[in-house]
Design a protein around this ligand. Structure first.
Ligand SMILES: Cc1cc2nc3c(=O)[nH]c(=O)nc-3n(C[C@H](O)[C@H](O)[C@H](O)COP(=O)(O)OP(=O)(O)OC[C@H]3O[C@@H](n4cnc5c(N)ncnc54)[C@H](O)[C@@H]3O)c2cc1C
Ligand code: SF4
Length: 544
């Protein structure tokens, strides 16, 4: 069966803040210059926002540039930040530390990024952008010269053995002069583009964190709209990078989450269980007592900063947002930078389209970026995250020096190593004895995944592909005690055995996958390759 084709000037993969900002900016420029530029956005979530998970405290700088009258238009930025607290936790006690300047949130807003994306999508559609949720871009299309000329959505109705069923519908080809990849952290098509065009040559490897988040409705007496709390320290040991956030949103809701750097060394560590026990700290637990957990999810976060940015352009395509890695890790903020990269990319692509160019390299995009506030912002903080490889205390000391004395202008740049190479052998590391969840403040993985409303068509090929099916037992289990059982926040990977404990094998419960991409990042031999499942599958986050 032939694939249908649709032609656009610009196709954007991903309806997150970067993709939607690019779409809006393109259409605004087209209206301003009385040009007709056709723009299409595809999104693998069942609706815009369904796969969006963030903190989130937003710095409105890029939104101010994109839609200066966002307040009048009803953008869902309803909770101004009122108070910042930065705490160091020990097992029993918390100490209030001075808030690092990067974490000062004066002028920022606590939001649901999912809801902001839903609102941005309505703005984009009003300008004439075509948005197709429920469609995953599964393949990059190339012309005979090797330039990107669009993407194809995945086929629907393929059974688990890869055979077409009677529901079979071939994917669609969305062809464009230029394609913007806005897939967010660890984009699956971006990964193939990096390999094909050698985009990572000469730059540091990207490093990542996993962010696990819950949304709670708390006792109104304990709620303080606008309050922002960050913690470092317990339950992590000082050599493991990470910390928590608690954001008091509107409607008595509190977003609580824990981010752990995926460069952690101990394969016995379980990010999910670290997060659960964090909530039981004597100074954290009271916020949630008498409350109700209403949503759960997880997502990887790009943490490498400016030295890990790949080449951003290649013939016919551009990388924008977190799939390139524009997040400012010391701020734990990537929304304003993702949006700014989308805006700058749109400016450059608009100029190219209206000059009747196509399928060439839009080098104006990185050039304009280098002149923007985004570049300066990332440059100034480039040494802070890498300094955490020395441990928490040394990093706090160095970060203060870098911020207050060098002011981000130190004449050196620290470098990163790939996260998956940092995992030590299980035999070299202490096992971690996590407390059993109490079902009140702390929970198990399965009941958590249940409230992420994750759903995948069961009869489809597994989207968690293994390059070598023997590696999970031969290497991962033998050397690392099967760490995928612990780093996956959705219980997708399980080692199952016969009744007598023999014959271990990896069972992949792919239908539980919340699309966080951690396995694609942390697998010690990079044997797991996450590819898009059938469009519409995955979590259905409400206001995450
Ligand atoms: C736990 C956590 C807390 C955070 N806290 C904050 C914060 O407080 N403030 C802040 O500013 N930032 C925060 N961030 C970072 C922020 O969320 C990201 O920087 C931002 O979302 C990046 O935007 P993006 O558009 O690049 O990608 P995303 O927001 O990830 O959006 C990408 C979209 O593309 C879709 N997609 C991906 N691949 C495909 C495909 N092949 N086909 C179709 N669709 C596809 C996805 O489903 C998704 O909807 C946080 C992140 C995490 C994980
Ligand atoms: S299978 Fe991979 S991408 Fe899916 S939830 Fe688990 S770690 Fe995340």
């Amino acid at each position: 069966m032939e694939r249908e084709t649709m032609e656009y000037d610009v196709v954007i993969v991903g309806a997150g803040p970067s993709g939607l900002s690019a779409a809006i900016q393109l259409k605004q420029l087209a209206a301003e210059h009385e040009q007709d530029v056709t723009v299409c956005v595809i999104e693998k979530g069942s609706e815009v926002g369904a796969h969006i998970l963030s903190g989130a405290v937003i710095e409105p700088r890029a939104l101010d540039e994109l839609i200066p009258d966002w307040k009048e238009r009803g953008a869902p930025l309803n909770t101004p930040a009122t108070e910042d607290r930065f705490l160091l936790l020990t097992r029993e006690i918390s100490y209030r530390l001075p808030t690092p300047p990067q974490m000062n949130n004066h002028g920022n807003y606590i939001i649901s990024l999912g809801n902001l994306c839903r609102w941005l999508a309505t703005q984009a559609e009003a300008l004439g952008v075509e948005i197709y949720p429920g469609f995953a871009a599964a393949e990059v299309l190339y012309n005979d010269e090797g330039a990107v000329v669009g993407v194809a959505t995945g086929d629907m109705g393929i059974d688990r053995e890869g055979h077409p069923t009677d529901q079979f519908t071939p994917g669609m080809e969305l062809r464009a002069r230029y394609t913007l990849f806005a897939e967010g952290c660890r984009g699956s098509l971006t990964k193939t583009l990096c390999e094909r065009f050698n985009l990572r040559e000469g730059v540091d490897p990207q490093t990542y964190g996993i962010g696990i988040k819950e949304l709670w409705e708390v006792d109104p007496a304990k709620h303080q709209a606008g309050k922002i709390v960050h913690t470092v320290g317990w339950p992590l040991d000082p050599s493991t990078y990470g910390g928590s956030f608690l954001y008091h949103m509107e409607n008595n809701q509190v977003a609580v989450g824990f981010v752990i750097g995926l460069g952690y060394a101990n394969p016995h560590l379980s990010p999910f269980d670290e997060f659960q026990r964090f909530k039981t700290h004597p100074d954290i637990r009271p916020t949630f007592e008498g409350g109700r957990r209403i949503a759960y999810g997880a997502r990887a976060i790009s943490a490498g900063g400016i030295q890990s940015l790949p080449k951003l352009t290649f013939p016919g395509g551009l990388l924008i947002g977190d799939t390139a890695g524009f997040l400012n890790m010391p701020k734990i903020k990537g929304t304003h930078t993702a949006m700014k990269s989308g805006i700058v990319a749109a400016d450059a692509v608009f100029a190219a389209v209206t000059a009747d160019r196509k399928a060439d390299e839009v080098t104006d995009y990185p050039e304009q970026l280098r002149r923007s506030w985004l570049w300066r912002e990332l440059y100034e903080v480039r040494n802070i995250k890498p300094s955490f490889s020395w441990g928490l205390w040394a990093a706090i000391g160095y970060s203060a020096l870098d911020t207050y004395v060098f002011r981000g202008k130190a004449p050196w740049t620290f470098h990163h190593k790939p996260d998956h190479t940092k995992l030590k052998k299980a035999s070299e590391c202490a096992k971690i004895d996590y407390p059993k969840p109490d079902g009140v403040i702390s929970f198990d993985k399965l009941s958590s995944v249940f409230i992420s409303s994750t759903n995948h068509e069961e009869d489809q090929p597994c989207h968690l592909t293994l390059k070598d099916p023997t590696v999970p037992i031969r290497i991962n289990l033998a050397l690392y005690d099967a760490p995928e059982q612990r780093y996956c926040p959705a219980g997708v990977y399980e080692i199952v055995r016969d009744g007598d404990g023999s014959n271990p094998r990896l069972q992949i419960n792919a239908q539980n996958c919340v699309h966080c991409k951690t396995c694609d990042i942390k697998d010690p031999t990079q044997n797991i390759n996450w590819v898009t499942p059938q469009g519409g599958g995955g979590p259905n986050y409400p206001n995450m």
